[in-house]
Ligand binder design. Structure first.
Ligand code: NAD
Ligand code: UGA
Length: 468
């Protein structure tokens, strides 16, 4: 077997996956030149910023890696064509959102960005190129990629000696722990047909990942495993959230239930935190994609089974929103509500599908006055996420930099993201600054009820049974 030596990599897409993943590759493989390309000039400019606090993605440990490898063997550029030309291996790491129109709208994944990249690779690659699917895509996308490459490379005059192989190498990192997950992954999954290409990719990972953690499968198993992993993870959250509602009406405590079930090694302790519903760019879109695929392949029962995971998630956030309104006497007009956390989880500046977006928009429509705090989400990002409703009600909401100024005269506080600093709030002090009567709603179960015993506000916590 003649395994190709990989000297240069191009990654198309400088987003939440492309940026951190390639930074870790460059850091562990000093002999490989890694170039990350993106059409978005502003994003590339930020990745190249001298001020490392300005890189577009916040992930613990990321800026330290960027400062070590950037402009040594890691480069960010908008020059897609030349980067492809000069690479032995091209990772496709672009967005694959839910389709908004046409067949499958609202469910199927839109692979137009993947297809656009494939065409760019077909017309620019020279010699033997290995294409790696990093994006999460519908099963059998590799087939489409191969067909496009084969047909289009023939039209490329310089392509006489051109050849392509396609691998699937899904990414399992979670935001907020991306560097840790990439540095020490549970597994690396490589799907493909060509043994030499598989070995070439494996050799890259072997620079820092133990061989037994690298598993290989056929292309379709690899593509499907990624969707299945996200579906199983999301299903756990919908399961625990459904039980949190039952706890609240029966006097049980979700943390106690979580502990009791999690000690069963078959269930396991991780990923059982009740909350306002899962957010993030992937769980919803990937499950919807899975349900669409099931329909497409004639499996409507399987499709509706998985659809329930998304339904329960929508219901969880809505039931929490309705409960807030009810506790505030069914009226929030001109009431000041402090929103603690806007990102979809802690330790990331990502707000895609964050439960905070729905809650804030609905509260603004009801006439509430919002004071929004998040340690990493910028005002510009909140403006974008709140869209027209935010703009129409611009004088009714503010973005707070200083947490202590967030709750002055507030009628209520809603904790929506589990940022560490919200765990250490001095509730006695906060209580003295709020109106009376007032409420604290903890949707992340991070406040210790014992520590607020003497506080002057009413308290609600997800999955806590004394809320009857
Ligand atoms: P993202 O939107 O943050 O980044 C994608 C980038 O690709 C954008 O900057 C966009 O400008 C760029 N792009 C699109 N088409 C391009 C083209 N033709 N040429 C050059 N650049 C182009 O997306 P992301 O969160 O990094 O996700 C990427 C993929 O990885 C998705 O399929 C997602 O499902 C999957 N994934 C995401 C995560 C995560 O935590 N975000 C984890 C695992 C897998
Ligand atoms: C998730 C998966 O965990 C990754 O393995 C996967 O690679 C990624 O999706 C992807 O494909 O995009 P991510 O969405 O970044 O990662 O973050 P998670 O930690 O999974 O959290 C997702 C949502 O679930 C967040 O809103 C989080 O607050 C919520 N969650 C998570 C809970 O409500 N309870 C939990 O116990 C865990």
């Amino acid at each position: 077997m003649l395994v190709k030596n990989i000297n240069s990599i191009c990654c198309i897409g400088a987003g939440y996956v492309g940026g951190p993943t390639m930074a870790v590759v460059a850091d562990n493989c000093p002999d490989i030149k890694v170039t990350i390309v993106d059409l978005n000039e502003e994003r590339i400019k930020l990745w190249n910023s001298n001020d490392l606090t300005k890189i577009p993605i916040f992930e613990p440990g990321l800026k330290e890696i960027i400062s070590r490898v950037r402009n040594k063997n890691l480069f960010f550029t908008t020059d897609v064509e030349n980067s492809i030309k000069n690479s032995d291996m091209v990772f496709i790491s672009v967005n694959t959102p839910t389709k908004t129109k046409g067949i499958g709208a609202g469910k199927a994944s839109d692979i137009s960005w993947v297809e656009a990249c494939t065409r760019q690779v077909a017309s620019n690659a020279i010699g033997e190129t290995i294409i790696v699917e990093k994006s999460t895509i519908p099963v059998r996308t590799a087939e489409a990629i191969k067909t496009i490459l084969e047909n289009n490379s023939k039209k490329n005059s310089k392509s006489d000696a051109c050849s392509f192989t396609v691998l699937s190498n899904p990414e399992f990192l979670a935001e907020g722990t991306a560097v840790k997950d990439l540095q020490n992954p549970d597994r690396i999954l490589i799907g493909g047909e060509d043994e030499e290409s598989i070995q070439a990719l494996k050799n890259i990972y072997l620079n820092w990942v133990a061989e037994e953690k690298i598993i290989t499968t056929n292309l379709w198993s690899s593509e499907l495993s990624k969707l299945t992993a996200n579906a199983f993870l999301a299903q756990r959250i919908s399961s625990i959230n459904s039980i949190s509602a039952l706890c609240e009406v029966t006097g049980a405590d979700i943390d106690e239930v979580k502990k009791a079930i999690g000690l069963d090694t078959r269930i396991g302790k991780k990923f059982l935190n009740a909350g306002p519903g899962f957010g993030g760019s992937c769980f919803k879109k990937d499950i919807l994609n899975l349900t669409y695929l099931c329909q497409h392949f004639g499996l409507p029962e399987v499709s509706s089974y998985w659809e329930q995971v998304v339904s329960i998630n929508n219901w969880q956030i809505y039931r929490i929103y309705k409960m807030v309104i009810n506790k505030l006497f069914g009226n929030v007009t001109n009431k000041k509500i402090a929103i603690l956390g806007f990102s979809f989880k802690a330790n990331t500046n990502d707000t895609r599908e964050s439960p905070a977006i729905f809650i804030c928009k609905e509260l603004l429509v009801e006439g509430a006055l919002l004071s929004i705090h998040d340690p990493k989400v910028s005002l510009a990002q909140i403006i974008t996420e709140l869209g027209d409703i935010g703009e129409e009600n611009r004088s009714n909401w503010s973005h707070q930099i200083d947490l202590d100024e967030t709750y002055d005269d507030a009628d209520a506080i809603i904790i929506l993201t589990e940022w560490e600093q919200y765990r250490n709030i001095n509730w006695d002090l906060v209580s003295s600054k709020m109106k009376s009567p007032s409420w604290v709603f903890d949707t992340r179960k991070i406040v210790n009820p014992k520590k607020i015993k003497n506080c002057d506000f009413n308290f609600w916590q997800v999955g806590l049974g004394n809320n009857i």
